[in-house]
Write a protein that binds this ligand. Structure first.
Ligand code: ZN
Ligand code: FE
Length: 737
């Protein structure tokens, strides 16, 4: 007999870990104790050494669903007074708030089974949950995480729930949000002064949806607008919504398969406990144009018990789009539903559990079997990303339009959820609140702050104020350097890399707008080694939506631009007034979309690029002339001339779009090769919002690999500005050493 101390690190609290240990221990009959510690779960056990080692070896492979075991360390220790039994020691109030908080998790199969069992006390109860599933991040007000500090504090447990909660053998042992119809939240439906309760509310909502009504539905992290896909145009009209695609929620994978292609990895993501929206290729090009105008359909499966009840067995698919109006944060209270959605929703399916923290649905592609985030939010946040080499507590403030921030504690970086466009006042207020909330939740007070170099970004202003108030250092980080560092950190790289960083806009070190960049460097610094020739943005910001202005600047062929106020544009262009130069790849896409007459006015930023991508003929491998100067500047002029010639000759848009993107791939490969030859660096990272283009993402890495490069893309944070905060943090970390 020996005594062994076993320390388990990782995500092991609030996930049913101690009951799991209890069960495993009872198989062997060890004596001793287990408890939550400030760094994970610790135990001391007495038994035969070989059995103890075997036991320890089973912990990681057999862990509970939501746990993430990073390490299991065993040390033999002095045996004092022999243990008499096995017990779970209640943790002393932890000094260090070192614990982790789980994201919100989709309802588990056990809970679903209960919900569908007429004999179960939780039959058809829309809020059942257990240790393996349910709301977490969105209901937490403060830590330590227990019911009193969540939205569930309004719902004292009934004796049955209480006894399950205290029973170590029960699935609901220490499941803080557990509840039942007797003690938990209730659903209700409101329409035109009428109100329906509980099951009747759900039945009424179902009936109205099937009749074609548009409803507001309260979810985990906010309100959705829901309706049948056939009603997309009506929803768009009522929402005054631009062309941005809506997401669909499908009853099950089979229903999703009727609409889109789903491979093994995509199915796995779709059905995972995180329940993201997965961008799937439509089966039929051009199907559901009012839901999504491109080749992809954002699809998710139901993730709350309420969703399952809403679908029943006869609704196949519903549009489920975040209820956020004109860049405001996603609506999340019953009051907001009643006031702000009155003109959009016919009825409101609400409940009386408050949403503490807004959290939008996560949105991703699956690329080579890995997540490729457009938005990392519900289901993922607030889990940390582990990185190497970070030891200090730091804060990075992100960009502005796709704002996010990140905090670090040791090697854990906590990126925030999707926050939105800070230029909206309420979004900015929410951003500040969330920084404070994260600091409190994870007990982090930053030793230094990083922000974008752009002096006018509200996130930069916020960073300046905080740095001043806390009297801590502030570092401005160049936008594309941060993108590069984000992709390095995403792949655990630290050696110098070539960064192919393409996006819409970012403040350059020379005060001009960058965005089609080739950088060489690492966390400690970078050199701009190449870029695309800057394009004059006639009318400044207006050109972001009126993309014909860019097309015009690219070619100045007035004959193409009948109907547009080109004489004004020409005057501006000649005088240079309000014509900032931009080397943004996004703008080059916009200009090309305009030249090909795929899109002249974008209803949202980047629409031209999205439509150009989805127009492309996948089988076309031809290129336009690709002219690169000696200092690695891509001159688009010969390409533009060739596009115009194609257009005059009546070449299809699909072929022009493919030729254009093939040219960009060729250009990137040539410039990267030149930089590689000169520097001896053979690792390339791809980042920036333009790499949400699946056409390029599925071709460029292969081309670079053929030329001898190791190519890295994102899988843990988004390539867009949302992922920027991770890169800023890594650069700050290198600077404060
Ligand atoms: Zn469950
Ligand atoms: Fe960017």
């Amino acid at each position: 007999m020996v005594r062994m101390r076993i320390e388990v690190r990782g995500i092991v609290q609030g996930v049913g870990f101690r009951p799991f240990i209890h069960r495993l221990v009872s198989e062997y009959g060890f004596r001793g104790w287990v408890r939550n510690s400030s760094r994970g779960v610790d135990m001391e056990l007495e038994g035969k050494e070989n059995e103890l080692r075997q036991f320890a070896g089973r912990i990681a492979p057999e862990k509970p669903l939501l746990a993430d075991v990073e390490s299991v360390e065993c040390t033999l220790c002095e045996s004092g007074e022999p243990f008499t039994d096995f017990e779970i020691i209640e943790s002393r109030t932890m000094q260090s708030r070192d614990t982790l908080i789980s994201p919100d998790i989709g309802v588990c199969p056990d809970c679903l089974r209960e919900m569908r069992d007429p004999a179960d006390p939780r039959y058809r109860y829309p809020f059942l949950n257990c240790t393996n599933c349910g709301p977490r991040f969105t209901i937490i007000k403060d830590i330590p995480y227990d019911r009193a500090k969540t939205s569930m504090s309004d719902f004292p447990m009934c004796p049955r729930c209480e006894s399950e909660y205290r029973d170590i053998t029960n699935r609901r042992y220490h499941a803080e949000p557990t509840c039942c119809p007797d003690c938990g939240p209730q659903v209700f439906y409101e329409e035109g002064g009428e109100r329906f309760e509980r099951d009747e509310a759900i039945e009424q909502a179902r009936k109205r949806l099937k009749e074609g009504a548009i409803l507001a539905v309260k979810g985990l992290g906010g309100l959705h607008l829901a309706c049948l896909p056939e009603r997309a145009a009506e929803l768009r009209a009522r929402k005054h919504r631009d062309g941005k695609p809506f997401a669909l929620m499908c009853r099950d994978t089979a229903c999703a398969e009727a609409i889109a292609f789903i491979d093994g990895a995509e199915r796995e993501r779709l059905e995972s406990i995180r329940r993201p929206i997965v961008l799937l290729r439509k089966k039929e090009r051009g199907s559901f144009p009012e839901v999504s105008e491109n080749n992809y359909m954002g699809v998710m499966l139901p993730y709350t018990p309420l969703h399952y009840l809403l679908f029943g067995d006869d609704i196949d698919a519903l549009i489920m789009t975040s209820a956020n109006l004109s860049d405001k944060p996603i609506l999340h209270t019953n009051e907001e539903a009643r006031t702000e959605l009155a003109s959009i929703a016919d009825g409101l399916l609400l409940h009386d559990r408050d949403i503490q923290t807004r959290c939008d649905d996560s949105l991703l592609y699956v690329v080579n079997g890995k997540d490729y985030f457009v938005r990392r939010s519900r289901g993922y946040v607030p889990y940390p990303i582990r990185v190497k080499g970070v030891e200090k507590n730091l804060l990075s403030c992100g960009a502005e339009q796709k704002a996010s921030f990140a905090l670090s504690r040791g090697s854990s970086v906590f990126p925030s959820q999707h926050i939105g466009d800070l230029k909206n006042y309420e979004t900015f207020a929410n951003y500040r609140r969330q920084i404070a909330h994260f600091e409190r939740m994870f007990d982090i007070s930053p030793a230094a702050i990083a922000c974008d170099l752009h002096p006018d970004y509200l996130s930069s202003q916020c960073a300046r104020e905080m740095a001043e108030e806390l009297q801590i250092p502030l570092l401005g980080v160049q936008h594309h350097h941060a993108h590069m560092a984000a992709c390095m950190a995403d792949n655990d790289l630290s050696e110098p890399v070539i960064g192919i960083i393409w996006d819409g806009v970012g403040y350059g070190t020379d005060g001009t707008v960058w965005g089609g960049e080739f950088l060489l460097g690492d966390y400690s610094g970078f050199e701009r080694k190449g870029h695309i020739r800057p394009i004059p943005l006639i009318g400044g910001d207006r050109a972001v939506k009126e993309i014909w202005r860019i097309g015009y600047a690219l070619c100045r062929d007035t004959s193409l631009y009948g109907g547009f106020p080109v004489s004004m544009a020409e005057t501006q262009l000649r005088s240079g007034l309000n014509c900032p130069l931009s080397s943004g790849m996004g703008r080059l896409f916009d200009g090309a979309a305009s030249l090909m007459d795929i899109c002249q006015n974008a209803s949202y930023e980047g629409e031209g690029a999205v439509l150009l991508e989805s127009a492309a003929d996948e089988d076309c491998t031809e290129c336009y002339p690709c002219e690169i100067s000696g200092d690695n500047v891509f001159d688009y002029a010969p390409m533009v001339r060739a596009i115009l010639a194609d257009r005059a000759a009546g070449v299809s848009r699909g072929r022009m779009a493919a030729r254009f993107m093939n040219t960009l791939c060729l250009m990137a490969a040539d410039i990267t090769e030149a930089i590689g030859r000169e520097s001896g660096v053979n690792a390339a990272v791809l980042s920036g919002g333009s790499f949400q283009n699946m056409y390029i993402l599925s071709r460029l890495p292969r081309m670079l690999e053929q030329r001898g490069f190791r190519v890295y893309t994102h899988s843990r944070v988004s390539c867009s500005d949302e992922g920027l905060s991770l890169g800023q943090l890594m650069i700050l970390n290198a600077a404060v050493e």
